[in-house]
Design a binder for this molecule. Structure first.
Ligand SMILES: [Zn+2]
Length: 487
């Protein structure tokens, strides 16, 4: 481990997920950010005097999905609070949030560690709140403010301090991302700020029960930085303690260019925000009926889907893990599998191989999202059908796949247009083999004299002469026959 092993880190994460509702949390303004700065606003999300916020029902539906998917208990009665602070991008002067009585509490998720063991991470609470606007500092001279984001619904997912390494924090963050995207409530991009993460980090000597003084690390805007920033902060705190000083409770900003954290401000206490119940909003009441309706509508969650892939398609666990990492990829694989003419363990494994290697390779190389991938799952399935029924060889299939990336034609059309059909005709293959054996009389003698490896040479020559289109099984059979005739 890259830190002094006498110490144990204690980490908890606060994750903000921006929800994919069509309108804002308490008004009907659009959450679509294609619009011009400061155009998607109204008196409600600006907090002008005399306006009344009205809660977006979808916000509650979305947070209930997350709460139920993370085994939280759902409060039948919860309230909104005002969190008061002044900031240029918060014209209201307060943020509507939940403080006492959050809607979801006491849940957990499971992460899988590198050694294959699973660990439960507690979820303290998940609550609803609204986002603030954006200050833009990198313009020529002045700071500009865009308030389009004011009032956009967020959920904040607060974990228990159960994480014991930067790696565990990274795995937990991935788990949260996987869940919100499977649930369809957030697009899960950290780089664009839809998913944001703050870490509470402290260290203590191994074996101690009491928690050390914690700091809060903000601004980790990619998965990689979550791990790096937390590791940096662990080492910084250990250095402070080792030199006989005390860790100061404060908020730190991760600077990804320099790879260091810098102090932002000393940590506010809750009372600094002067929380009080929002007098404009009524309590949120969630009855059993609503709860069970949402529970029934939950999609299959990643861990369940992974286990089903192993059961139903007889895939190795590794394949099932990779394929279910992202919902879109799992959907893609299942659509390929549904297109298969012959459905058995062997063809499912072929579908898995093509999805995991060829599809993922191109997605990574070309940095495209699966929804923009040119080869539809139907076409990939059809191409696998052509391999299975012997129309093309596995080798030619690689060429067909490359062609599908370019043309969007069906695999069948490509095979016909380019004349890529596999030749299984024995007499056609026999003619080529006769020719090759005649040209290589020395090698034939060597083979007949017991040099068996020359057989592979003849196969290679035949495939080359037939531009890879000969059916390898037939080539082997005919070749064996022809050589036998000469012995
Ligand atoms: Zn508005």
């Amino acid at each position: 481990m890259p830190w002094n092993e006498q110490y144990e880190p204690v980490i908890g994460l606060e994750v903000h997920a921006q929800l994919l509702t069509a309108s804002k949390a308490f008004c009907s303004c659009s959450t679509d950010f294609g619009s011009e700065p400061n155009s998607s606003v109204c008196p409600v999300c600006l907090g002008l005097p005399g306006v009344l916020p009205v809660l977006n029902r979808n916000l509650v539906e979305f947070i209930l999905r997350m709460g139920l998917a993370t085994n939280c208990s759902i409060a039948p009665h919860s309230i909104f609070a005002r969190k008061n602070y002044f900031y240029p991008d918060l014209p209201k002067g307060y943020q509507i949030s939940q403080y006492e009585e959050p809607i979801c509490a006491n849940g957990w998720v499971e992460i899988e560690l590198e050694d294959g063991s699973r660990k439960k991470i507690g979820i303290t609470r998940i609550h609803m709140e609204e986002d603030a606007g954006k200050s833009i500092h990198d313009q020529d001279s002045d700071t500009l403010v865009d308030v389009n984001r004011c009032g956009v619904p967020l959920i904040e997912i607060v974990s228990e301090p159960d994480l014991r390494s930067p790696r565990e924090a990274y795995l937990y963050m991935h788990k949260i991302r996987q869940l919100v995207t499977y649930l369809g409530i957030c697009d899960g991009t950290m780089e664009e700020g839809s998913l944001r993460c703050d870490a509470n980090v402290s260290v203590r000597k191994k074996g101690e029960q009491a928690l050390g003084t914690k700091t809060e690390v903000k601004n980790m805007n990619s998965f990689r930085f979550v791990e790096k920033a937390i590791e940096y902060e662990i080492n910084r705190q250990i250095d402070v303690l080792e030199s006989g000083e005390k860790v100061v409770q404060q908020t730190l900003l991760w600077d990804s260019n320099k790879g260091v954290v810098t102090p932002m401000r000393s940590k506010e206490e809750a009372h600094d925000y002067r929380y009080f119940p929002d007098p404009d909003l009524v309590p949120v009441l969630v009855g059993e009926e609503w709860k069970s309706k949402i529970k029934k509508s939950l999609p299959e969650l990643p861990a369940v889907r992974r286990d089903r892939f192993v059961d139903a398609y007889k895939l190795p666990k590794y394949d099932a893990d990779v394929l279910t990492t992202e919902k879109e990829l799992a959907d893609y694989f299942e659509n390929v599998a549904n297109t298969l003419a012959k459905k058995n363990d062997e063809t499912y494994k072929l579908a898995s191989n093509w999805t995991m290697t060829d599809v993922l390779r191109v997605l990574n190389e070309q940095h495209v999202a699966l929804q923009d991938f040119p080869v539809s799952p139907g076409h990939l399935g059809d191409m696998i059908n052509l391999i299975v029924d012997g129309t093309i060889s596995g080798k030619i299939a690689k060429d067909v796949f490359e062609e599908m990336l370019k043309s969007k034609d069906s695999p069948k059309a490509i095979v016909e247009k380019k004349g890529l059909m596999q030749v299984s005709d024995e007499s056609a293959i026999g003619k080529v083999i006769d020719d090759i054996l005649a040209k290589n009389a020395d090698q034939v003698q060597a083979y007949l004299g017991g040099k068996n490896q020359v057989f592979g040479f003849f196969v290679g020559e035949t495939m080359k002469a037939m531009k890879g289109k000969a059916n390898p099984k037939v080539v082997n059979e005919v070749l064996r026959e022809k050589l036998q005739q000469r012995s």
